[in-house]
Structures are given as structure tokens and as C-alpha cells.
Write a protein that binds this ligand. Sequence first.
Ligand SMILES: C[S@@+](CC[C@H](N)C(=O)[O-])C[C@H]1O[C@@H](n2cnc3c(N)ncnc32)[C@H](O)[C@@H]1O
Ligand code: SF4
Length: 359
Amino acid sequence: MTRIKHLYVHVPFCKSICYYCDFCHCIYDESIAKQWLERLKKEIEETCLDQYETIYIGGGTPTALSCEQLDVLLNLVDPYASSVKEYTIEVNPESLDEEKARIFRKHHVNRISMGVQTSDDRLLKNLNRHHTFEDVKKRIAMLRRNGFENISVDLMYSLPDQTMDCLEQSIDDVVSLNVEHISLYSLTIEENTVFGKKGIKNLDEDTEADMYELIVQKLMDRDYIHYEVSNFARDGRISMHNMGYWNYDDFLGVSMGAAGKIGSNRYTNTRDLKRYLNEEDIRDENLYLKTDEMAFENIMMSLRTIYGLDIEEFNRKYDCDLLKKYKKGVENPSILITDGRMICTDLSILNRVLLDFMI
Ligand SMILES: C[S@@+](CC[C@H](N)C(=O)[O-])C[C@H]1O[C@@H](n2cnc3c(N)ncnc32)[C@H](O)[C@@H]1O
Ligand code: SF4
């Protein structure tokens, strides 16, 4: 079996629940988090076999854990991190402090991903976020003081009551943070959230598209490379871990709610805390894809970035001739074949382009 290069660890706790979010999460409780750490230790010992090139501790909110628990968590991961190139942890400005930043440094975490969402304090409140933009600025300054040179922030758009002017201000404010990386999220109204239950509606599609265009333009004007549909980087600081997903590499996901991909196998762990803590079998879904399904998924993921897909490697992996097999897709005017790679030249219409690859 080939070596797995990427590890994802899901921390399912949050201090409070944002009105839009349907990620796997529950309200932090010290004693439940302790039990979770014990269960995770067992899962990690059973499933982690490699030294990983990228590690991503996501959530939920890893910083919802106490300092002591964060240290225990990172100690569990340490034996698999000796040759890690990129080690990311997600943080929420509300629960990040200097002591936690020092614990990250002690364990050689070298990338921070912070949920910022918007710089408008009124909108933050409407999302049930318990921090202000001033808090964001202070936390980023603190991270810099502690030696973090690779910081990413999440920026949301298409929010209820968000105007173009308000979005423009948020982009300017986020740019002023001087971070290396920005991930964009267009609000999705999920059924199982406060917004979903309240019947909040999405902004209309045209406004959403205009907002996306505005963000792309403004970030590119400020020297961010638009390297993936929803991701921007400066100074070459693209997300190596996410590049693994887009390159269609295998990855191991551990903890409740985590997903993984190993060869043709796709799995998701249960989102049910009781089951995760008490049962041996924690798999919720365990699918095996056919070769053609994997080949299409591979195209779908790889065309998301400006680096596109390596044609020779694809042909070897799926024992086919891409240019012949996906003739209709390859002939789409937004597809470029260059230097042995296939690239989508207009990421904003990727979904439409992909229709031509469906066979
Ligand atoms: C796990 S959270 C980030 C870390 C941390 N929990 C926080 O919120 O600060 C990942 C990101 O997903 C995005 N997100 C979550 N739910 C979303 C939704 N329904 N629509 C769009 N983006 C969403 C947010 O931008 C959020 O920052
Ligand atoms: S956005 Fe982050 S803090 Fe808010 S509920 Fe989701 S995971 Fe928790």
C-alpha cells in the first residue's frame, strides 16, 4: 500500500455554536473532552501508521479545549509529526490566547487558520460569533509575536444583511491583517442550523456571484494569487494540506465526524458523540468507488487549482487516455492543455465546465 501523506484530526468542540454552522460540533465540556481524548488516543494508536507530510487539526474549534487538553492532544499526534512540512491548527479568536500559542510552538505547529468571517461587528453578532474584529487584530499580532509566519483566515460572504459596501470594507480590513492566506466561504444555509430553522434565505445568485467577483478582483489587486476556486495565497504560502485533497492524494481522518480517503475507500466517522465514545465500530459510511467514479472525482478536484491535473500521472493511475476518454471536456473552451497538464482557465465557471467531463 502507498504511504498516506496527510492526516486530519477533528476536534468536535466549540464554546458556542454559530447560527450557520453544521460542522460536527458540540458545546465544550471539560469532562466530555477528557473522555474524547481517551477515545481518540485509542483510535490514533490503531489507525496512524505513517509519518505525515501535512497535519491539519480542525473542527469544531481546537482552541475550545483547555491548555492542558491541547497539550495532551498534540502529544498524541507528536509521534507522527517528526517529518511534517506543514502543521496547521484551526483557531477561533474567541478562545485563542498566548498560552495556547506557546503550546502550538512547543509541538512545532507552523500554520494557523483563524475563523474571521467578516470585520463588521454587527454581522459577527448576528452570526452568534463572540468576538470582534479588534479581537482578531490582537490575536494575529500575538501570533506574530510568538513566531507564526504562516497565517490563514476564513472570510465569509453572501451573509444576511451584508451589502456590497460592507463586504468591500471587510476585504480591506482582512487585507490589512497582512496574512499569508485567505479562504473564502459563501454562506450555505444548512437545514439543521439556527439560520435553517429560522427560514433565513440566501442572497440571490447574482449578488453572490458579484460578491465573489469583487473579492477575487480586490485580493488579486493586493498581490494575492487566486490559486484555487476559494483560496488565495501570498509569498507561495498555498495550503499544502488542502493541495493534498486537490491532488486527490489519500488522507487519513481521525476522530468523530472525520472523513478519510484510502485508495477506492471513502469513509466518514460517526457524528454521534455517545457512539464515538462507547462503540468499537465508529464508521458511519464506508464506500468503495469504481475506477470511473474515482477518475471523475480526480478531475473535479484537480481542476479546482490553477496547477490543474498531471495528464501522464492520471493516465497511469486509471489506465486510460484522458485526452480521448474525456474528449468533450478537453474541448471545452475554458480547458487548456499545456506542459503535460490540463487546466481550467476560468475557475468561476468550473462547475459548468465539469459537466462536459461527465460520461
Ligand atoms: C471549522 S470552522 C473554523 C474554525 C473555528 N471553528 C471558527 O469558527 O473560528 C471552518 C469555517 O467554515 C466556514 N463555515 C462553516 N459553516 C459554514 C456555512 N454554513 N456556510 C459557509 N461557510 C461555513 C466558516 O468560515 C468557518 O470559519
Ligand atoms: S464556525 Fe467554527 S466556532 Fe462556529 S460553530 Fe462552526 S466550528 Fe464552531
